[in-house]
Design a protein around this ligand. Sequence first.
Ligand SMILES: [Zn+2]
Length: 566
Amino acid sequence: MQLKFLIFTLLFCNHLTYAQDEIPRNYFESPLEIPLLLSGTFGELRSNHFHAGMDIKTNGVTGLAVSASAKGYVGRIKIQHGGYGKALYVYHPNGYQSVYAHLDNFSPKIEALVRKAQYKKESYEIELFPSALELKVKQGEVIGYSGNSGSSGGPHLHFEIRDFKSKPMNPFLFGFDEVKDSRKPQIFALHAYSLGPDSHVNGSTDRLQLKLIQRQDGNYRTEPIKAFGTIGFGIDAYDILDLTYNKNGVYSVVTKLNGKPVFETTFDKFSFYESRYINRLIDFEYYATEKRRIQKLFLEPNNPLSLYKDVYNNGTVTIQKDNLDQSFEILVSDFMGNTRSILIPLTTDFDENLIQKEIKETEYFAKANSASVFEEGKIDIYIPKNALYEDIFLDIDIEGLSVKLHEPTTPLHKSMTIGFDVSQYSLEDQDKLYIASVTSWGSKYYVSTYKKKDRLTTKVNEFGTYQLFEDNKAPTITPKNFRDKQWVSNFRFLKLEIDDEDTGIESYRATVNGEFILMEYDYKTKTLTYDFNDGKISDTKNELKVVVTDKVGNTAIFEAEFLRKN
Ligand SMILES: [Zn+2]
C-alpha cells in the first residue's frame, strides 16, 4: 500500500516537474500566417500590470485568420466590452494553454456556439467553458479572426502561453525563433536614489538623473559619482526588435557591484495576482508625474514579486566614509542576449550638512501593515491592510461632499472605500447621485457607486479628489447607417451610436418586433452593431426598439421601423 502511494507520488511529481522545468521547444507555432512581427513583448511595463503575452502585428488591419498554435481544444471563450474583448483559450494535452485576444470574430463553428449562448443569456458579454470533446482543434486550424476588440488600442493579436497553473510565460522560452532582434536595448535614462536617512548622491538627497556618456562600443558610463550611505539605481529602458519600430520591454536587468552580481530581474513568468506590484517595481511618483516608467533596481519592503533573482543587500550599495573607489555596473538585455551596459564609478563623499527632504506630518497617519479609518463630516474613508506599500502621513481635505484624498503620486495596491452620507437629500434625489473622480484639470469620471439607504460608497485604487454629483440626463441613441422607414434589404449591419455624458452606459437591450436581438457594443467607437447574418429577421416590416440605461438608471428609448425583402 505504502509502495503504491510512493509510486503514485513519484509519477505525479514527475509529471509536474516535466511541465515546469522542461519547456517544450517549438511545440507552439505562430498563430498568424504573415511574418511574426511584434508590437509588444512579455513582461512589458503597462499601467497597473505587466504585459502577459506578446502583441503580434497584423499589418494595421483586422480580419486575419488566427489559427491554433498547437493541437488541443477550445476550453474557454470569453467576450467582454473591455479587457481582452473577444478571446479564445486553447487547452493543450501537455498542460499548457494558449490565449488569443482582441479577436474580431470566431470560426463558424465557434461563432455558432457563441451566438446560441448569447441569445440564451440575452447578453453580448459571455463566458463559456466547452468540454474537451466539443471544440477539438488541430495545430494550424483556423479558430478566429484578428481584431481590435476590448481595450485594444489598435488592430493586433494578443497571444499568450500559460502554464498548468495558469501563470503566463514568456513565449520566447518556447521558441518563435523567427522573431529577429539584432539590436541592443536602448537606455533612455539612468537615475540614482538616496535610500538611507543620511544618504546622498552628487550632493542630492532626492532622486537624481545621471548623465550618460556613450562609449565607442555603444555601452555607457557615467562620470564618477560622489555618494554616501545606502543608494540604489533605476533605469528607463526599452528594446526595439528587427523590422519594427515599436518600443518594447527589456527582458532582463542584472547589476554588479565590483564585478559581483547583486540583483537581477528577468521576465520569464509571473502570476496574475502579482501584476499590480508593478507599482512597487517602478518609481510610481515619477510615473504619475512624468508618464515614464523607471524600473527600480533595488528591493523595498512589501515587494513580493517573483521576478527577482540573486538579490544581495536588496540590490543597494552602501558607501561608507572609509570606502575605496568602487564600480557599479548595469547590464540590460533583450531575450536574444543583446546587452547594453552602464558603468558607474563610485567614490565616497560624506557631507553632513546636506538636508534631508522633510516629511510633511499630518493628523492622518496610515500604516502599510494595518487598516486605517478616517471620518470627518459626511465622509468616511477605509484603507485596508496592505493597500499601502509604506507607512505614510496622508493629506486629506474634506469640504462638504468632496474629499481631496492625498496625492495620485502615491500608489495604492488595494482599493480603499470612501463613504458619503447623503441623508440631506430626498430619496428621489439620492437615486440620481453618483461619485466621480475629479482630475487636477477639472475633468470628472464616474467611479462605481454603491447605494444603501442614506449612504453612497465607492471602492477606488487611486488617491485623488472624489466628489458627489448628480446625473439627470438620459443617454443618447442615434442611428448611424439608416433612418426610420428605410428599406435595408442589402444591409449586412445596422449601426447606432449610444452615449452618456455623465455616468456612462450601464446596459443596453435591443428588440425587433418584440424579440431580443443581439447587438455588439464597442465602447471605443460608442457603436452598437446588429449583424443580419444571425438570421433572426424574417419579416418585411420590422419595429426596432433600443433601450439604453446609464449608471444611475436614466433610460433612453429609440424606436424605428426598417423594411427588408427576404
Ligand atoms: Zn497584448
